[in-house]
Write a protein of this length. Structure first.
Lengths: 611, 273
């Protein structure tokens, strides 16, 4: 290993923001408004981040359409949807502040559909008690990203490095003080020296075969945080969105927005039966995503699937004009990719990987991770959504906690992060590792591995054995596959040079995805129950003991450790709020600290007297 | 076979699953990709790609990347026509590769070239940074400071600008525009994408700035002679010429070519504006 690094560029800033989706841009605006110089680094061009894929809207208890709605009901729905293992303080802050963030977006020039009397329109969505999602057509994510982008590029103090990859966080004296990476177009190394770092790097759906995620979602941020010693939280929870396209093959996994059901779309099996009436007679098609995804899966397993193995999603009864006005991009998507006119034919849909509830463990108020100087927000962070995220809570999440992370990072950069020293040996070691796949022959006798093939094999293993349904046996298989792939990854070799070489770029993403996959699988093994998105065939029930803990993944001396951490129970002052949800049912409370006494007494649960 | 040279899969799928999932048609597509780097020679390289039902050009390019040429460079993100990253010229026409189906193209070899109006970086990737510079030049949305939220805005005001907000910044309109392609003053021309941007701001009911003179002077709005090529290639079907550029030209004419002001300028020089 070379002790002296090859020459590299140095870029200095107060706050380094990793990622330019909604969370990153909102963090950058906040930090710059606090007087800091900010550098935003993105793997792609500005405005292309995965936020653009969000379609349905931003959940906020404004109550424009249903006046009964409020932040309290939003709080209750989010906690119940997350099966009560969410970080309640994050949910409280979120439900409170997301209303202001929506109005702020409007003040920044973002547009929303309107009610009759000109206020922001809100639509129904799965497991939300009331019509709650502020939206514009089915392109709300694009509107959010464009609005934040225009605000950010016109904010003094923010600079953007487009098409740069960051590969490791730099530490000094136990504190994060920057990151190293490279310019994708030239391959030249760059060190970013910073007073504080905000990870807003998104999720990691790319390690599954059928995914609605873009190539970017490789878990780089979470993997870097893990390597730097930060705790990861709730990694076993991976959301399957119930409705992805399943045909044609190339389109499989592409998202069909929940707004289709929010606007009144119905699900049928191949026999023409509206099966959601059986699985969730109260919420029906608008049940939470984990429930609808499992229901479709079960229908297919029972032999009632559509020709390509899914369910029918039908909007024909809504009328062609309404469909084209409220769901224009869905109309276009099916027309272009599947030659289907959704105003005349039903869509064929099935579960697709969509979101990762787990992420870097953070403090609710500041988004601070367990490593000083490092902050995380948005999908990269864990805790807000618990065991299952409700639709519309992601666009709100990135605005609320993006801002909080930006504020806190700015504060840290001015105080604790004032001295910024870079360790040259750390840079040299990282460079050597990154350049290895370009180094000609593979190590020893093993054949050279193609990074794309490794990725495909990982996707198959995760899809089949750590997917919508899991068991000890399947998870053991997945873990064995991951460990084998890790050995093979040492022999990855790519042709070409360093300038804009996607094969080379994929190499580090593979190692990141292997780290995160291992965390998912080890967490899923440790949680021997079914809760939210975690469905264990061998442990189909919810268990009280797992409703009182979160699982924390961290790097130990001899590999990855998964430890149980008691979660902070909902305080008395917030418990009555749960009853404000229209879906509150004392007999069906998620098992955990609230149901503990009843289960211990051997009754069926849920009869616990509440104060 | 799509996976001929891959190592044994770690998980065995039932044979019928593999067939259904792969959707191979048995046909082969000849994909001719223009490869090259900035400042070097460009040359078409032909690849043979097995065709899958419903395949789009981006799938074919990915097949090449994964199996035949791992350092073939292209941009892509969402693969769902929502991010506007995978713009290229397919059979000479500027399109999104993720939305262009192989079975919609005429039989025979398909050419895939990078956008011609922007400087080449490598293979299918071009330097589009000029667009981001233009965006910074356009004064951002600005509301009256005393116009307190929550706002009341009629839906029809939203409907009018919603079309412009659909833009995914694929820059196909910029690529096809003959002013940007071949005009000497291209660096004094914002281009269709940014006329759409200006239109969305100018027609926003809460925006108080006036960008008309800037759009004429620095943006070169007058260079556009409404050939509608931009509208023709827009994957979001934005009526760029009819709904953005022509109304902007009318608004600019109102302020700049007003007869009284015109005479004033002639008599008293530019200060008469």
């Amino acid at each position: 290993m070379a002790a002296t690094p090859e020459p590299y560029d140095t870029i200095e800033c107060d706050v380094l923001v990793v990622g330019a989706g909604g969370a990153g841009m909102r963090a950058a605006i906040a930090a710059a408004d606090a007087g800091c110089t900010v550098r935003v680094v993105t793997k792609s061009l500005l405005g292309k981040a995965h936020t653009v894929m969000a379609e349905g809207g931003i959940a906020a208890g404004i109550g424009n359409v249903d006046p009964e709605d409020s932040w309290e009901v939003h709080f209750a729905d989010t906690m119940l949807g997350g099966q009560l293992i969410n970080n309640w303080r994050m949910v409280e802050l979120y439900a409170h502040e997301v209303i202001d963030r929506v109005l702020e977006l409007e003040r920044w020039g973002g547009i929303f559909d309107r009610t009759e009397d000109g206020r922001i329109m809100q639509r129904a969505f799965g497991a939300h008690s009331y019509k709650r999602l502020a939206h514009v057509g089915d392109r709300t994510g694009l509107e959010l990203i464009r609005t934040c982008q225009d605000r950010m590029v016109h904010t003094q103090g923010v600079d953007v490095s487009m098409e740069y990859t960051l590969t490791a966080l730099l530490k000094s004296g136990g504190r994060v003080c920057g990151a190293i990476g490279y310019d994708r177009n030239t391959g030249r190394f760059v060190a970013f020296k910073a007073g504080a770092v905000v990870l807003a790097s998104g999720g990691w759906g790319r390690m599954y075969r059928y995914t609605s995620n873009s190539w970017e979602c490789a878990g780089d941020g979470a993997a870097m945080a893990y390597q730097a010693g930060a705790d990861l939280l709730d990694m076993e929870f991976v959301q399957f969105h119930p409705t992805g396209m399943i045909w044609p093959p190339g389109a499989r996994g592409i998202l069909v927005t929940e707004a289709v059901r929010g606007e009144g779309g119905l699900l049928f099996n191949a026999e023409g039966s509206r099966f959601m009436l059986d699985y969730d007679p109260v919420k029906k098609e608008l049940s939470s995503r984990d429930v609808v995804a499992r229901s479709i899966y079960k229908e297919v397993q029972a032999g009632r699937g559509t020709p390509h193995g899914g369910a029918y999603l039908d909007v024909r009864h809504l009328g062609a004009d309404y469909v084209k006005r409220k769901l224009p991009s869905m109309y276009e998507q099916f027309h272009a990719l599947a030659s289907i006119d959704i105003t005349r034919q039903p869509m064929e849909v099935g579960p697709t990987i969509h979101y990762t509830m787990g992420g870097v463990r953070v403090e609710p108020e500041t988004a601070a991770t367990t490593v000083p100087g490092l902050y995380a927000a948005g999908e990269a962070a864990g805790g807000l959504h618990g065991a299952n995220r409700l639709g519309g809570n992601s666009l709100g999440d990135i605005l609320v906690f993006g801002r909080r992370a930006g504020d806190a990072a700015a504060e840290f950069a001015k105080t604790g992060g004032a001295t910024r020293v870079i360790d040259e040996t750390q840079i040299a070691a990282e460079q050597a590792e990154l350049l290895q796949p370009l180094g000609g022959d593979a190590n020893g006798a093993a054949p050279a591995e193609n990074p794309y093939k490794l990725h495909e094999d990982l996707q198959l293993a995760m899809q089949d054995d750590a997917g919508i349904g899991r068991s000890e046996e399947s998870l053991q298989r997945a873990l064995a596959a991951i460990l084998t792939l890790r050995e093979r990854s040492a022999h990855i070799r790519v042709s070409g040079g360093r300038a804009l070489n996607p094969g080379w770029h994929t190499c580090r993403e593979i190692t990141n995805m292997l780290v995160i996959s291992e965390a998912i699988v080890r967490g899923a093994m440790e949680r021997r129950e079914s809760r939210g998105s975690q469905w264990r065939f061998d442990h189909p029930e919810q268990e009280v003991e797992y409703g009182k803990i979160n699982l924390v993944t961290r790097r130990g001396d001899d590999g990855m450790q998964v430890v149980r951490v008691p979660l902070d129970p909902l305080p008395e002052r917030l418990r009555p709020l749960l009853e404000r949800s229209r879906f509150y049912d004392p007999a069906k409370l998620p098992k955990g600290y609230l149901t503990e006494t009843v289960v211990a007494a051997g009754t069926t649960g849920g009869k616990r007297k509440r104060k | 076979m799509a996976v001929a040279d891959s190592p044994a899969p770690t998980v065995d799928l039932p044979v019928e699953d593999v067939l259904t999932a792969s959707g191979l048609t048995g046909e082969t597509l000849t994909l001719k990709v223009l490869k090259g780097v900035a400042g070097g020679e460009q040359a078409e390289v032909a690849y043979q790609v097995p065709v899958v039902t419903g395949m789009v050009i981006l799938d074919a390019v990915h097949y090449v990347q994964h199996n035949l040429d791992t350092d073939l460079a292209c941009r892509w993100n969402c693969k769902a026509a929502k991010c506007g990253s995978c713009s290229a010229e397919v059979n000479g026409r500027p399109v999104l590769m993720c939305k262009t189906r192989v079975d919609d193209l005429p039989a025979g070899p398909v050419t895939v070239h990078p956008l011609k109006s922007f400087p080449l970086i490598k293979d299918l990737v071009t330097d589009v940074s000029r667009n981001y510079e233009v965006n910074r030049e356009i004064p951002p949305f600005t509301a009256a400071p005393d116009d307190g939220t929550p706002w009341r805005i009629p839906q029809q005001d939203i409907d009018r600008i919603y079309e412009f907000r659909k833009c995914i910044e694929c820059f196909l309109c910029q690529d096809v525009c003959h002013i940007i392609r071949s005009h000497d003053d291209a660096d004094r021309f914002y281009g269709p994408r940014f006329f759409v941007r200006v239109a969305s701001l100018e027609m926003h009911p809460k925006d108080i700035l006036d960008r008309r003179e800037q759009t004429r002077e620095q943006g070169g709005l007058g260079y556009c002679n409404i050939t509608k090529c931009c509208t023709d290639v827009c994957p979001e079907h934005i009526h760029i010429t009819d709904n953005a550029i022509i109304p902007l030209k009318e608004r600019v004419a109102d302020v700049h070519w007003d007869p009284v002001r015109f005479v004033g300028r002639k008599l008293f020089g530019r200060s008469g504006d």
